[in-house]
Design a binder for this molecule. Structure first.
Ligand code: ATP
Length: 238
């Protein structure tokens, strides 16, 4: 069986600085896979390269058996790969509903778009209550829900989430992580980038640990959670 997403020997550079140095990983259909690591490890760079926003200096990326490392970003979305970026990047002056509809920009199937809008509102009732309000009035947690809802509006097979828990209260973080699990149960495969290693590993079928551009460790989430190296470096335990 081929993996849904396959990243092979991927390197990405910003000028002379190589931020990602020959990494390999796969995401199988139905999994939640997480990339964890400290600031600057190369997690965001990896997601932006998969999305087609950056180009690899070396290596291959395949999605559903097709090479995507030279494909334009919009056609990668159309193939079923969505990205909820770090910092959310919502449009503050646009309404909640306008922000959600931007996620469906590449689609023509109007009836299904309406059904997915309803699903986003079912998942996050606060978005329905405030559908006409400018998104800039939302709290950080609400903006995160909106960013996830917007990414879901492209009806992705694979959803990439970049630090969804960033800056959120523990309660809001829990809600976001529960939603990740719900999305998985509804059939979406998820690639989750997190600095909050504990929360991410609890959800993950498989985790990869990135350190300065390289994968230094990987394994099932449940195993990484109890690994001494991970505990020391990422979970604040000794
Ligand atoms: P964070 O959680 O802080 O986003 P990260 O693991 O996602 O960390 P990246 O943002 O991918 O890490 O950064 C990896 C490396 O690439 C860092 O050393 C960073 O300084 C560098 N880098 C990121 N963006 C650029 C850029 N636009 N130009 C030059 N260097 C960059």
């Amino acid at each position: 069986m081929t993996a849904m997403l396959e990243v092979k020997d991927l390197s990405v550079a910003y000028g002379k600085i190589t931020a990602v140095k020959g990494i390999n990983f796969t995401v199988e259909e139905g999994q939640v896979v997480t990339l964890i690591g400290t600031n600057g490890a190369g997690k965001t760079t990896t997601l932006r390269t998969i999305s087609g926003l950056l180009r690899p200096s070396k290596g291959e990326i395949s999605f559903l058996g097709k090479r995507i490392d030279k494909a334009p970003a919009h056609s990668i979305v159309t193939m079923g790969l969505a990205h909820s970026p770090e910092g959310r990047r919502i449009f503050p002056r646009q309404s909640v509903e306008e922000n959600l509809m931007l996620g469906a920009f590449a689609r023509r199937d109007r009836a299904d778009i309406q059904a997915d809008l309803k699903e986003a509102y079912d998942l996050f009732p606060i978005l329905a209550e405030r559908r006409k309000q400018p998104a800039g009035t939302f709290s950080g947690g609400e903006q995160q829900m909106l960013a996830m809802g917007r990414a879901m509006m492209s009806r992705p097979k694979l959803l990439m989430l970049d630090e969804p828990s960033m800056g959120l209260s523990p309660i809001m973080m829990k809600k976001i992580m529960t939603t990740v699990r719900t999305l998985q149960k509804r059939g979406t495969t998820i690639l989750l980038v997190e600095q909050n290693a504990r929360a991410a590993l609890k959800l993950a079928s498989h985790g990869y640990v990135l350190e300065v551009g390289k994968i230094v460790l990987d394994g099932p989430g449940s195993e990484l959670l109890v690994s001494d190296d991970v505990k020391k470096a990422y979970l604040g335990e000794d």
